[in-house]
Design a protein around this ligand. Sequence first.
Ligand code: ZN
Length: 162
Amino acid sequence: MPKMLKILHEPDPFLRQTMKPVQDPKDPKIKKLIEDMVFTMRKAHGIGLAATQVGFDGRVIVIETKDGAMSFINPEIIKKSDELEAGEEGCLSVPGQYGSVKRHARVSVQAQDTEGNSDVYDAQGLFARVFQHEIDHLNGIVFIDKVESFSTEDLAGEGQLI
Ligand code: ZN
C-alpha cells in the first residue's frame, strides 16, 4: 500500500540541496518511492512533486497529466523555447504563497522510466511549467527565488500546487 510521505516546507535546508542522479532506475526502492510520491501528491492536491520535497536524495519527479500520473527519473531539459510565459504558481513546500513566474513556453525533457528506458517528452503550457518547477526542485531551487510579485492568494484560482 502506498503511504503518505512528509512534505518538507521552506526553509528546510534539504530543499536547497542538489539531488543525486538515480543510478539504477529499476531498483524496486525507486518504484516504491514513485508510488508513495503519487499518493502523496494526490492527497495534498498537488499536480507535481519532486523527490526533494519528500526528503529523498534522488532525481525523481511525478506529474499529474491528462493521461494520469507520470513519473520521470533523471529528467533533463534538452531543449527549451526562447519564448517565455508568465504564470501563477504555488508549491506544496511553500504553503499559502503564490506568485507569477516566467517559464519557457515549451521544453523537451529526456528522462528514464522504471524499466530503465529513456524517452523524450515535448511539453507546453502547464505541463512545461510543472516540468521546469519540479526540475528546479531537484537543483535546490524553489519557485519563490524566481517570483516577480508575490501574493497570499491563488490569483489564478487554479489551486494547482506543484
Ligand atoms: Zn514546488
